[in-house]
Design a protein around this ligand. Sequence first.
Ligand code: AMP
Ligand code: GLY
Length: 430
Amino acid sequence: MRILVLGSGGREHAFSWKIAQSPKCEALFIAPGNAGTSEVGTNVNIAVTDFEGIGNFVKQEKIDLVVVGPEDPLVKGITNYFKNDSDLAQVGLVGPSKEGAQLEGSKDFSKQFMERHQVPTAKSKTFTVENLEEGLNYVSSHPLPVVLKADGLAAGKGVIIAETHEHARETLTEMLVDAKFGDASSRVVIEQYLDGIELSVFVLTDGESYKILPEAKDYKRIGEQDTGLNTGGMGAVTPVPFANAEFLQRVEDRVVKPTVNGLKSEGIDYKGFIFIGLMNVNGDPYVIEYNVRMGDPETQVVLPKIKSDLVDLLEATAKVNLANTDYTTHPEAFTTVVMVSGGYPGSYPKGQVISGIDAVDGATVFHAGTKQGDQNEVRTNGGRVLAITGKGESVEKALENAYNGVSKISWQDEYHRRDIGQDILRLINN
Ligand code: AMP
Ligand code: GLY
């Protein structure tokens, strides 16, 4: 099978790394890829939203299966583009239609979807500039803290948790009147704050059936002890101890089944991943958000945890055959630690020479923002640069292996959190 992965982050390196292990994979391309993906496949310099360029490449290279990594091309309708072209319509594609991608592309859409299908979530109300006054009154009497969310895609920055009514009013005005997040904040969802522990659950669906993949916990804040600005994610761990069989059964019954059935009953074409951000509130799952792709860096632990051939699962998704496909997992724990450029998530330099990658043994190095230099050296090329994944018989051992890998690698002003997984170790030891 000839396979194309779209994207250039750590998630896409993990996908490519796992796909390349499959005996079914004859050729693997990554567009645009990074220095890591070029070690397991061939990078192609096409942007993920250049549908025409991607379509031409797929025809020319006789690609059988396309795996879409990030949300942007999905929200912009890459799946519909393929469906509407008689040659491309035959190509297997893992990624929902534009309509399905609204689960991530519009928070208002996803809240209404959850309401229609009785999926537990925080109570909310949506406002636009037309009913700004009503919105200001609404937040002023809302219990604190109160959560304000830009409706559209805002690169993970569109959620503000206000501790005071004044901050909430200011934020609402900035979003609606001053277009703080551009068009993405022309609608704002105001919602109840959920107090609990967060967890990410991943589902792969072909629109008829589904498989729940290993769960993970990620670490969103830049600073240790979950302080400072939100990032794309600074680390991840699987398995998560509080996600026991009883909790996961509740997730399946109350969230996964109504979500997959809801998509089907509304006639929404959905073949792909559903990443469900959940809050565990005293043992009950509440959905914080849907994403229509895998998580980054969660993928860097979820895919290593899966033992079976990933291509079987992806092919079954595209061919609507998941009901007859299953997978097994490794018994070990997996953790990943993200190494970032100093300054991230604010501004940071690019082009720093990375040293020590070859010295890592006992951990897997996934590249995110990296680029091959003229002398074949690897240089930084983004905020999140590498994700180092360790495996171990316990979370503690997996962390040891990941951090051991991290200690071998350096570049100027490199930063990583030293406390990934510590909260999980406390939960296990209590
Ligand atoms: P999102 O961009 O939707 O992933 O939200 C970013 C982060 O804000 C989430 O990972 C949560 O930690 C937090 N968050 C979002 N909604 C809520 C909520 N209703 N209650 C508490 N925390 C929330
Ligand atoms: N790590 C969170 C995300 O991928 O959105």
